[in-house]
Design a protein around this ligand. Structure first.
Ligand SMILES: C[S@@+](CC[C@H](N)C(=O)[O-])C[C@H]1O[C@@H](n2cnc3c(N)ncnc32)[C@H](O)[C@@H]1O
Length: 393
C-alpha cells in the first residue's frame, strides 16, 4: 500500500515579489492530516512555471531565474534557470523547512494580457526532484517514491506537489505597495478523456485546479479520499465501466475536488456541490477557477446543505458522491437521514463513498446503521481508501 504525502506550504510565497529581492517560503512534506511528516530526507525541486490564469491567453514567465538567496557566485552561475533543489530533513525542525529565494529577470518576451503590458506572473511548484520516478496518471506531477526494501510496498509513498498561487513579479522601480502574504495554495488533477473520439488513442487532457489553504478548517483541505475518488472515476471511465449519472449531488464537498472532477468526467446535466455555509465560498471559488469548462458547467449548482437539517425535498438525483465524510460518528445519523430522504425520492439512487479508516475504524458503525435500514454495498480497495457503491435495491 502506498502512502500519500503532500508537499505543503506552511507559508507560501507572497503574491507580489520584487525582482532581485529575497523572500521566504516555509514548507514541509506531510500526510493529509498534517500530523505525520515524511520520515526520510528528500530532495524537493522548487520550480518556477508560467502562471495558470482563468484568462484564455496565459502570461508566460520566460527570462526569469530562480535562486537560493545567498548562494555563492559559483553556484549562482550553475543555477541560472527556473528551478532550485531544496533539501527536506524530517529531523531538522520536525520537518518544517524555511527557504529564502530570489527571482530575477524581466518581462521581456512575455505575452501581454489585459491592460498591464509589463505584467509577469509565475507559480512556484514544490515537487519530488528527479526523473527516475513513476508519475501518477491522475494527480498532476505526483511521483511514486519506492521503498528501499523491494518487497515492502507499505513504505512506498506518492509525493503530491503543491503549486503556489500566481506570484506577480515587480521590478524595483515599480511601486506595487506592500507584498501581500497568503495562506492559499493549489493542487492539480489531470482529466484524460478517452470517450469523445473512438478512433483516437490519444486522450484529450486538461487540468482541474483546486485551491486549499493552511487554515484549520477541515473543509479547506485536500484529503486522501478526494484524490483517490478522482483516480477511481478516471479508472472507471477508462475501463468504460461507468454507468451514466445524469443528476448528481455531492454532500460535504469541502474543496470540491471530487465533485468538480466528476462534473468534468461524468458530464451530468446537473451536479449540486454542497457543504456547510462556512465552506460554500471555498466550493464556489474552486468552481470559478476552472479554465476548461465542464459540459455541465452551467448546471454546477453550489449550495449550503447541512445533513439532517436542510430541506432536500426538491432534489431528485441518481448519484450521491461522498468523500471523507465518516470521520465523526456523531454526524452519521444526520447523514443517513439525508440519504434516506433522497432514496425516498428516487429508490434507484446510488451512493459512491470514498472512506479512509481512521481512529481504529470506529467510523465503520456507519455500515452497521445503514445495514439495519436495508442498504447494501460493494467495496473496492483503493489503498489507503475504500470505495463503496451503496444502494437500497
Ligand atoms: C474531511 S472533509 C472532506 C471534504 C471533501 N469531501 C474531500 O474529500 O476533500 C468533510 C466535509 O464534510 C463537511 N461536513 C461536516 N459535517 C457536515 C454536516 N453536518 N453537514 C454538511 N456538511 C458537513 C465539512 O464541512 C467538510 O467540508
Amino acid at each position: 500500500m502506498a502512502n500519500l504525502f503532500y508537499t505543503r506550504y506552511l507559508k507560501p510565497p507572497p503574491t507580489i515579489v520584487t525582482a532581485g529581492k529575497p523572500f521566504n517560503i516555509v514548507w514541509t512534506v506531510a500526510n493529509d492530516l498534517g500530523e505525520i511528516s515524511y520520515w526520510q530526507p528528500l530532495t524537493i525541486c522548487c520550480r518556477l512555471i508560467p502562471a495558470a490564469t482563468s484568462s484564455s491567453s496565459p502570461k508566460t514567465a520566460t527570462h526569469l531565474t530562480l535562486q537560493h538567496h545567498g548562494s555563492s557566485p559559483a553556484s549562482k552561475k550553475k543555477s541560472l534557470c527556473n528551478m532550485v533543489e531544496l533539501q527536506y530533513d524530517p529531523v531538522k525542525g520536525g520537518g518544517v523547512m524555511t527557504t529564502s529565494l530570489v527571482v530575477s529577470g524581466s518581462s521581456a518576451g512575455s505575452r501581454t494580457v489585459g491592460s498591464n503590458s509589463n505584467s509577469v506572473t509565475f507559480q512556484l511548484v514544490l515537487e519530488l526532484a528527479g526523473s527516475q520516478y513513476i508519475e501518477h496518471p491522475v494527480w498532476t506531477r505526483a511521483r511514486l517514491l519506492k521503498s528501499q526494501y523491494d518487497d515492502d510496498d507499505d513504505d512506498d509513498a506518492w509525493v503530491i506537489p503543491v503549486f503556489s498561487l500566481p506570484v506577480h513579479l515587480a521590478t524595483s522601480s515599480q511601486q506595487h505597495g506592500k507584498s501581500s502574504s497568503v495562506r492559499d495554495y493549489e493542487r492539480r488533477v489531470t482529466i484524460k478523456n478517452y470517450s469523445n473520439d473512438a478512433n483516437s488513442t490519444k486522450p484529450q487532457q486538461h487540468i482541474i485546479r483546486i485551491h486549499e489553504d493552511a487554515s484549520p478548517s477541515i473543509g479547506s483541505h485536500i484529503w486522501d479520499c478526494g484524490m483517490l475518488m478522482c483516480q477511481y472515476l478516471a479508472e472507471q471511465q477508462y475501463q468504460q465501466q461507468q454507468p451514466h449519472f445524469d443528476r448528481i449531488l455531492e454532500l460535504g464537498s469541502g474543496t470540491a475536488i471530487a465533485g468538480i472532477y466528476a462534473a468534468h468526467m461524468l458530464n451530468p446535466s446537473i451536479i449540486y456541490l454542497t457543504d456547510l455555509d462556512d465552506t460554500v465560498p471555498t466550493v464556489r471559488h474552486n468552481v470559478s477557477l476552472q479554465q476548461h469548462k465542464a459540459q455541465s458547467e452551467k448546471s454546477i449548482v453550489v449550495e449550503e446543505l447541512e445533513w439532517g437539517q436542510t430541506d432536500i425535498s426538491n432534489k431528485c438525483v441518481n448519484l450521491v458522491l461522498l468523500t471523507d465524510v465518516l470521520y465523526n460518528p456523531a454526524f452519521h445519523d444526520a447523514l443517513i437521514d439525508t440519504l434516506s430522504k433522497l432514496v425516498e425520492t428516487n429508490p434507484k439512487l446510488k451512493v459512491l463513498l470514498g472512506y479512509k479508516p481512521r481512529d481504529q475504524g470506529e467510523e465503520r458503525t456507519f455500515f452497521d446503521k445503514i445495514g439495519k435500514l436495508g442498504w447494501q454495498w460493494q467495496m473496492s480497495l483503493l489503498p489507503p481508501a475504500e470505495i463503496y457503491w451503496i444502494s437500497k435495491q
